[in-house]
Ligand binder design. Structure first.
Ligand code: ADP
Ligand code: MG
Length: 207
């Protein structure tokens, strides 16, 4: 893992999110307040702007700075939560481990920090319905040598998690104010998280 790969992934996430921006905006208009796509795109712009400053720095330093930037510039629940994810990830970086194992430990720590920060867990109709299953699967596959296989599996798990939010009644976030009325709608944060994972997985899938 290095700065080039991290900033390359950020670019790919930005492209896929941009390609789905109307859809994400609509999802948050339906069960939230409509600002989710704005928060996400603002955050990605801020991260891209840090490229020259951080490219040559160590992976833990990069993740920490990315998280701090999001924390201080992006609004909404998703700003605080994604910042917490990145800062959590920075804490577990270990240059002795291979990339997949490292990423598994880092992501797991990031998702655990996010759960604590938002006092939320699986099945509450949030982005955690994507991120928790992905984190668990990543950990199970941490020693797999075939990265395309890992990427395909994570991609599918993220999609299943995102789709699962459709029929849940929200117990966290703005959608929880709607009760039964949020049923039938996919959670916007789950969709943007799933797309980000798809962007990263696609880097390892040779179509
Ligand atoms: P806000 O809800 O403050 O307007 P955003 O629109 O940017 O913030 O983000 C909304 C998304 O944040 C939701 O779709 C959901 O996935 C996620 N979310 C909200 N609250 C929580 C929480 N406590 N834990 C995890 N994710 C949450
Ligand atoms: Mg919102």
């Amino acid at each position: 893992m290095n700065g080039d790969q991290i900033f390359n992934s950020i670019n790919n996430i930005k492209i896929i999110i941009n390609n789905h921006k109307d859809e994400i905006e609509k999802l948050d208009q339906e069960i939230g307040d409509g600002d989710h796509i704005f928060n996400i795109l603002r955050g990605l712009d801020e991260l891209q702007n840090l490229k020259n400053e951080l490219l040559d720095k160590t992976v833990d330093h990069i993740f920490k700075q990315l998280g701090m930037k999001i924390m201080t510039t992006v609004g909404g629940s998703s700003g605080a939560l994604f910042a917490t994810l990145l800062i959590g990830m920075s804490k577990k970086y270990n240059p002795e481990l291979n990339d997949l194992n490292n990423l598994s430990q880092m992501f797991s720590e990031g998702v655990e920090s996010m759960k604590k920060r938002g006092k939320a867990d699986l099945g509450e109709k949030t982005m955690l319905d994507v991120l928790i299953p992905v984190s668990n699967s990543l950990m199970e596959q941490k020693n797999e040598k075939n990265l395309e296989k890992v990427a395909n599996k994570l991609n599918n798990i993220a999609k299943d998690g995102m789709m699962s939010t459709k029929d849940i009644i929200a117990t966290k976030g703005r959608a929880s104010f709607l009760g039964e009325r949020a049923k039938g709608h996919i959670d916007p944060g789950a969709r943007s998280s799933q797309l980000a994972i798809e962007a990263i997985c696609n880097q390892f899938i040779n179509n």
